[in-house]
Design a protein around this ligand. Structure first.
Ligand code: CMX
Length: 427
């Protein structure tokens, strides 16, 4: 079944379920907020619904109940994953063919977007250029046009789905151009109608060579693994909050990407590779465990974080890291950068475990991905968060389609001054 038909068939259930829950169980508690959580960025407080994916601290990311290792083992493509995230079911042949075709048909990008990117300074950060490209496209919003014409609330999902498909179809083109423009790789490359979403992204970046098919496989994996991580992380929560004001998906996704650009979130992958390359350079190759242990302590003692390690929610090795490591071990031999990533995994958790305040000593998604990209010649690491952004857009778009289909209200939690908090706890 085609994606839009499938979502349409789910509407009655989606619209009724949460309203019935509110009507019949509105007073029951889901979560409590203690003072620690209040001052810790709402850590652990269950505050918003998200059905596309969940991150149990002891398991890591699951998509609509499917474990990541099973999703990867069945060779899931980004297009299939997007369908699964939106609808909760795997697409049939018609569903996959439809998404692939839609992504091709909607891939053309208006000239003014190239002009906006071209007008930016040569040293603008790639995430700035990427977010700016998305924001420039807002002029194309179907949601905004229909809203201005008086669209009914029950049709918001349809306009959001249209915007989501248009935006996702165009993202590889924008992201690839950011790469070529920012790193002087030559003129823009047109999409190839014979390529899938990930393959076209690689094609438009202009990365070739004899390993290009393996790199396209890596890109499919990369786009699957970074796609979603429930609803509370910075990029997802920001996108959802902005979208809940009925700002269309161009505004919302651009805002989400601005959050992804932070070093504690998506930018960690660039920071992580920088750290690994520093290790390789200092030790002239893969370091011994003893040298690495000292290097890790030096980083911590200088007041810096070890990028790629730790997580706000997870308390196990991130399964996304595990999948990257597994893929790397299967496809890459004798690469000092990748081998250092593997060695860091043997050493750093033991170091971080000794720092009392650190809740999670294990690698997250960012710990290994950069070394794989580096191996295939994608060495401009300030660019890495853009790849993350293309993938994460699938998740935040899926969440927005569902939120508008269900008719969730504007997100508006309450804040209070510290003086009021003190009053509440009796001080
Ligand atoms: N290296 C050094 N210190 C670390 C650390 C690490 N890898 N992970 C956590 N800590 C520190 C925190 O900075 C914090 O210190 P302060 O209290 O002095 O501020 C303390 O340990 C407690 O943090 P926490 O409860 O374990 O973790 P948080 O939920 O506050 O933060 C995260 C989570 C990811 C921001 C943090 O682990 C971190 O900075 N990691 C390195 C950066 C990184 O890899 N980010 C990518 C995360 C994945 C993503 O979202 O994309």
């Amino acid at each position: 079944m085609k994606l839009k038909e499938h979502v349409k068939s789910l509407l009655p259930q989606w619209r009724n379920e949460w309203r019935t829950l509110v009507k019949e169980h509105g007073d029951k508690k889901v979560s409590e907020v203690n003072v620690k959580a209040f001052f810790s960025g709402m850590r652990g407080v269950k505050i918003v619904p998200c059905d596309t994916s969940e991150v149990p601290p002891d398991k890591g990311m699951t998509v609509r109940g499917h474990m990541l290792k099973d999703i990867v083992a069945r060779g899931t493509t980004p297009e299939e994953l997007f369908y699964l995230m939106v609808t909760g079911e795997w697409p049939d042949k018609e569903g996959v063919a439809d998404i692939k075709q839609q992504f091709k048909d909607r891939a053309q990008i208006p000239q003014y977007v190239w002009d906006v990117i071209d007008a930016m300074p040569d040293d603008a950060h790639p995430m700035n250029m990427f977010s700016m490209g998305i924001l420039a496209l807002e002029r194309e919003s179907v949601f905004r046009k229909r809203y201005d014409e008086g669209m009914k609330k029950e049709d918001y999902w349809d306009a959001t789905l249209e915007d989501g498909m248009n935006l996702l179809a165009k993202l590889p083109g924008i992201a690839a151009y950011v790469y070529r423009k920012r790193f002087n790789k030559g003129p823009r490359i047109e999409p190839d109608p014979n390529e899938d979403w990930a393959g076209n992204y690689v094609h438009m970046m202009g990365i070739g060579g004899k390993e290009v098919d393996t790199f396209k496989d890596l890109m499919r994996l990369y786009l699957v693994l970074h796609s979603d991580h429930e609803g509370g992380n910075v990029s997802a929560h920001t996108t959802a909050t902005v979208n809940s004001a009925l700002s269309d998906l161009y505004y919302s996704v651009s805002a989400g990407m601005d959050g992804l650009a932070g070093p504690l979130h998506g930018l960690a992958n660039q920071e992580c590779l920088k750290w690994i390359l520093g290790v390789v350079e200092k030790f002239n190759g893969v370091p011994s465990e003893k040298d690495l242990e000292k290097y890790a302590w030096d980083t911590l003692n200088s007041g810096k974080v070890i990028p790629g390690y730790g997580h706000a929610v997870l308390r196990v090795v991130d399964p996304r890291y595990e999948q990257f490591l597994k893929w790397g071990k299967e496809h890459i031999k004798g690469d000092p950068v990748f081998d250092t990533v593997a060695r860091v995994f043997d050493v750093v958790p033991n170091v971080l475990r000794q720092v009392k305040k650190i809740s999670d000593p294990w690698p997250n998604v960012d710990a290994g991905s950069g070394a794989l990209l580096y191996h295939f010649g994608l060495r401009e690491f300030p660019y890495y968060t853009v790849l993350f952004g293309v993938s994460r857009s699938m998740g935040v778009v899926s969440q927005a389609i569902e939120a508008r289909a269900k008719g969730y209200p504007i997100i508006r939690p309450k804040s209070i001054p510290t003086s009021k908090l003190k009053e509440i706890i009796g001080l």
